[in-house]
Design a protein around this ligand. Structure first.
Ligand code: B1M
Length: 211
């Protein structure tokens, strides 16, 4: 790995979003492609963060800083990726379900998955089942990710899956769910394809779904 790509990885791991724009611009000026910066600088950094987070060696505030550093670089290279038509691993449609305003975990999942090479379409929070259905029809994502933080809103995940079923698009997507009150047995119960306990596992699961 070139020195500058290794520096970019380190900035992600350190959550150094202040220095990231200069370093990313320097990499572009050095002639590195956006794809190289993503695949060989940002993604290895985020992979490392995922491993450390899962192992309990990094905590949410640190991961949020890493995600912010990643975003700082992405905002520079995203237009270049779009111009060159770089293939992503696929599209993930994300949202926090109806009635639920918690979006910090969902955002973290989105950032980790973007770091793993996916395109993220984030529908935001308090997303009604019908909105998920329309977005699945419009964007044809590979994966649909739903987040819920309240025991009272978990059932909106089930309603969304039913709505997708009724609209005839359930089998066009892999459905991944998560959030503090969600469990594997709940995922099995409502017919989701997978449950991820944290953002790093969500990114691993998305990679498996896309393989
Ligand atoms: Co609320 N809240 N909150 N809250 N809030 C909780 C969830 C609660 C546990 C606090 C408590 O009472 N101890 C409790 C829920 C109890 C329950 O349902 N059993 C609660 C409550 C009751 C409420 C209100 C009802 C309070 C009130 O108004 N009386 C209200 C509800 C509003 C609504 O949604 N309609 C409310 C409001 C709020 C704020 C708006 C103030 C704010 C949210 C701000 C925001 O998100 N923009 C808030 C917050 C911050 C919390 C706590 C303190 C923190 C949540 C959080 O962001 N955690 C929370 C208590 C707690 O968890 N300690 C609490 C950090 C985040 C990184 O973790 O979201 O779990 P988490 O995400 C993890 C994993 O779960 C997983 O990966 C993430 C990263 O590792 N994950 C996924 C999440 N989504 C995933 C999706 C996936 C895969 C993995 O696939 C797609």
């Amino acid at each position: 790995m070139s020195d500058i790509l290794s520096d970019i990885s380190t900035l992600v791991i350190e959550g150094n979003f202040e220095d990231m724009p200069d370093k990313t611009n320097a990499a572009v000026e050095e002639g590195l492609s956006a794809e190289e910066i993503l695949n060989n600088g940002l993604m290895p950094g985020m992979d490392h963060v995922g491993v450390e987070f899962k192992a309990g060696n990094m905590f949410v505030p640190e991961v949020l800083r890493s995600a912010k550093a990643m975003q700082a670089a992405m905002s520079i290279i995203r237009p270049m990726l779009a111009e060159t038509g770089t293939e992503t691993k696929g599209t993930i449609l994300l949202g926090t379900v109806a009635g639920d305003l918690h979006d910090i975990g969902k955002n973290l999942v989105g950032m980790m998955c973007e770091g793993a090479g996916f395109e993220i379409i984030d529908l935001g929070k308090d997303v009604e089942p019908e909105t998920f259905v329309e977005a699945v029809k419009e964007h044809k994502p590979r994966i649909l990710g739903m987040s819920a933080l309240l025991t009272t809103t978990m059932r909106a995940m089930e309603r969304t899956i039913k709505a997708l079923d009724e609209a005839g698009v359930r089998d066009t997507v892999k459905i991944m769910i998560g959030g503090a009150p969600v469990t594997q047995s709940f995922a099995d119960d409502i017919g989701a394809d997978g449950y991820a306990p944290n953002a790093a596992s969500a990114s691993d699961m998305a990679k498996q779904f896309a393989a």
